[in-house]
Design a protein around this ligand. Structure first.
Ligand code: 5GP
Length: 224
C-alpha cells in the first residue's frame, strides 16, 4: 500500500577529533551492508595507518585548491591548517542505488551540506567526557604536542555546536553507540516524508469501490 523512496539516505556524522567516530562508523559498516562511506580528500600529511584512496585521497595544497576551482567538492573546509573535502562524484550514484551514504566530516563542512541538502540526516557523536577526550587524543600518539593541544581546543569549541544537528549520540561504548546510530537510520526511513506514493493494488481498489457503493455485505469484502 505504501511505496517508499528508493533513494538512499545521506547521513552526515561529525564529532570532535578523538571522540571515536572512525571506530563507530567501522562498526556500523560491519553491521549494515547497505551503508557506503564516502572517502574524503585532504591536504594533511599521511599518518602511519593511512591508506591512499581508502582513508583519504591525499593531495598537496595546490592540487586541492585546483580541485576547489574545478567545483570538484560537495563541501570542503580548512581544519587545523589543512583542507578536507567531499568529492561530489559517486555520492549521487550510491544514493540512487538505494544505498545510505555516510559523510564523516567536521562541522563547517556539515553546515554547507545542511544548506545544500537539508533533508540529510545530521548526527553528532560526543565523547563521554573532556577527560576521556584528552586521554584519547594523547594516546593516539600520531600528532605533536602542539597539534594535540590545537585539536583539543577545537574539539571543545565543536562540542558547543551540537544543537545544529538532528541527533546526538554519546560514545560510552562503541557497540552501543553504533547500534544507536543504526536505529536512528532505521527510524528515519519510516518518516512519512519518505513516502513516494500511497497506492491500492487491484484487490484493494475493488474493496474500495465496494466501500464507496456501501455494498458492505460479507462476500464483497472478501479478499483471497
Ligand atoms: P583527521 O585529520 O583526524 O583525519 O580529520 C580531521 C577532521 O576532518 C575530522 O573531524 C574529520 O571528520 C574531518 N573531515 C574528514 N574528511 C572531511 C571532509 O571531506 N570534509 C570536511 N569538511 N571535514 C572532513
Amino acid at each position: 500500500m505504501i511505496k517508499t523512496k528508493k533513494q538512499g539516505l545521506l547521513i552526515v556524522i561529525s564529532a570532535p577529533s578523538g571522540a571515536g567516530k572512525g571506530t563507530i562508523i567501522n562498526k556500523m559498516l560491519e553491521k549494515n551492508n547497505n551503508l557506503w562511506l564516502s572517502v574524503s580528500a585532504t591536504s594533511r600529511p599521511m599518518r602511519t595507518n593511512d591508506i591512499e584512496g581508502k582513508t583519504y585521497y591525499f593531495y598537496t595544497k595546490e592540487e586541492f585548491e585546483n580541485k576547489i576551482k574545478e567545483n570538484y567538492f560537495l563541501e570542503y573546509a580548512s581544519y587545523a591548517d589543512n583542507y578536507y573535502g567531499t568529492p561530489k562524484k559517486y555520492i549521487q550514484e550510491h544514493l540512487n542505488n538505494g544505498e545510505d551514504v555516510i559523510l564523516e566530516i567536521e562541522i563547517q563542512g556539515a553546515m554547507q551540506v545542511k544548506k545544500l541538502i537539508p533533508e540529510a540526516l545530521f548526527v553528532f557523536i560526543m565523547p563521554p567526557s573532556l577527560k576521556e577526550l584528552k586521554k584519547r587524543l594523547v594516546s593516539r600518539g600520531t600528532d605533536t604536542k602542539e597539534k594535540i593541544l590545537e585539536r583539543f581546543k577545537i574539539a571543545y569549541q565543536e562540542m558547543n555546536e551540537v544543537t545544529k544537528y538532528n541527533y546526538v549520540v554519546v560514545n560510552d561504548e562503541i557497540e552501543i553507540a553504533a547500534d544507536k546510530i543504526l536505529s536512528i537510520i532505521k527510524s528515519e526511513k519510516c518518516r512519512v516524508d519518505r513516502i513516494e506514493e500511497v497506492f491500492l493494488n487491484t484487490e484493494e481498489e475493488y474493496m474500495h469501490e465496494m466501500l464507496i457503493d456501501k455494498d458492505l455485505d460479507n462476500n464483497s469484502l472478501e479478499i483471497n
